[in-house]
Design a protein around this ligand. Sequence first.
Ligand code: DOR
Ligand code: ZN
Length: 362
Amino acid sequence: MPHTLIIPAPVDPHVHLRGLDWAHKGTFTSETGAALAGGYAAVLDMPNTPPATVTPEALNLKMKAMAQESVSDWGVYYGAGLFADAAVYAYIADDICGIKMYCNATTGDLLIEDSALREAHFAAWKRAGNVKPIAVHAEGETVAQILALTRKYDIHTHFCHISTAEEIGYLQQAKADGLPVSIGVTPHHLYLTEDDVPRLGAFGLMKPALKTRHDQQALWAAVSSGLVDVIESDHAPHTLEEKGSERIYYGVPGLETTIPLLCLALHEKRITEQQLVKLVATNPRRIFHIAHDVNTYTAIDLAATYEIQNKNLFTACGWSPFSGMQVRGKITGVWIRGTQVFNGEKIRVPAGFGRNIWHQPL
Ligand code: DOR
Ligand code: ZN
């Protein structure tokens, strides 16, 4: 017997869609197709993929390409670069979902280690008068350093892919102190640990890296207690050839496995149905101020059990670190503004259907 769960407008607020100079890894069409197949109505795209989204020109180029090629709805982050300019921030604010600041090592060259420059970005975003968040890639003690800026500038700070017990500790205290922070955790840090790396090889390498069982337990406890706001895929596909090469390409795809893994967590009684809806839909829409159209929703058959198989994936990379895993929850349909965009098997809209969610309610 199917048991249908309806989720209003799921949003993955952390993806690296590729396209443009990295179209060999995946296109906006293929990866937003993976978003729909994974049950998401919209995705928020990170700025590191080349050409990096750190100038208004690069932002326009990306928005134009996404408008022409996307099948799901979308938003774009602007990357904190070598200059912090409030006038530029004010100029682009209506087009973007927020700022992304890389404070620890990542793919691409957007790293900002200088604490004065980090602060200059907080100050500029504040001066530009924005309510949208600054999302940060901060690990370990860097989390504490960024929290000092959150406190000083009173800007909503979203902490991406939190992966350790130490980081959870800093953020638990920050929330207790009433700071405007939110916490994202990825499914790979919940369902995999460093013990899986020998088995997975290059398919188990991403940033932040997989952590210990102790960290994994702290993450699950923080998800179950409601401390974690969002589960974000950090979808970052690289080709099979790249993953099989000498060089290390950090990143794993996740758009099609995140909601099924959370349905598994529901089945395992780690979270409730209400928490699942919050983690993938209500909370990301709240944090990023995304308007909601009641005709945008996803239907999932919670009773369905199946194995994740590479051959069934829509992502152009064609692999998953969860391949072979038994999960729950089959996406049976996705509707955006009343149009059925995915029917459980096929994408039903042409490239260009997806909209920038700041120009049209999702
Ligand atoms: O593993 C990662 N891959 N971490 C990042 O921060 C970026 C991403 C990518 O774009 O490949
Ligand atoms: Zn990322």
